[in-house]
Ligand binder design. Structure first.
Ligand code: ZN
Length: 219
């Protein structure tokens, strides 16, 4: 904590709790099933294990260093901590959102890559992959996740949920919301009896990625 400006930590914690509550209010998380983290310098703030988001106050901040050692707060960090830390160690992420959003989790049981039914996949860096199943909280899950995240800002975790990251909590959250929407869209289109959804090809998606770069306000 010696390197941290306390105000920036307080501010980041407020943002983090706001994002966590939003994920519950928007139906992406039920009860205490998801978790959110944000990086402030060498400190990673994370939601604590098993505490409903509406009960989290300013005094409940939980922080760990990049090795996972708790350096702030008394509550126990989320059991999905290895997954969050793996993202920070491997990317420039400033925020990570993990949920068990229902449509995305349903799709994670069906495919190894989310079919390209919509160009919104470009927001996540391309076709979204599903990480191989491993038990929650394990290094094996973190490893499978990193593999699925290669050149992407989000992935599915097989029979488990979603992970997205971003430069800000809002961006990471928005990516989760888009991923859930994309999965819901595919499930809706692919559930029409006797019909198969038309898919975009990688070239069409690359065109969108290019267009978004020039757009200034992607998403
Ligand atoms: Zn989980």
């Amino acid at each position: 904590m010696t390197h941290q400006h306390p105000e920036s930590v307080d501010h980041a914690w407020r943002d983090l709790v706001g994002t966590a509550r939003r994920s519950a209010a928007d139906g992406l998380v039920v009860g205490t099933s998801g978790n959110v983290s944000a990086r402030v310098g060498e400190l990673v703030l994370v939601t604590p294990s098993g505490v409903p988001y509406d009960r989290l106050g300013p005094e409940d901040a939980v922080g760990v260093d990049l090795a996972g050692r708790q350096v702030l707060g008394a509550l126990k960090p989320t059991s999905e901590l290895p997954l969050h830390l793996a993202v920070y160690r491997s990317t420039g992420a400033a925020a990570v959102v993990h949920t068990h959003a229902v449509h995305a989790t349903a799709v994670s049981t069906l495919v190894t890559e989310v079919p390209l039914v919509h160009y919104a996949a470009a927001i996540l860096g391309g076709p979204v992959r599903t990480a191989a199943y491993a038990r929650y909280g394990t290094p094996e899950l973190a490893e499978a996740m990193l593999e699925a995240l290669r050149d992407r800002t989000g992935c599915l975790l097989a029979n488990h949920g979603t992970v997205t990251y971003g430069d800000t909590l809002d961006q990471a959250y928005e990516r989760t919301a888009q991923l859930e929407w994309l999965c819901r869209l595919w499930l809706t289109a692919s559930s029409v009896p006797g019909r198969t959804p038309a898919l975009l090809d990688e070239g069409q998606l690359a065109e969108v990625t290019q267009a978004l770069k020039g757009y200034g306000q992607p998403g």
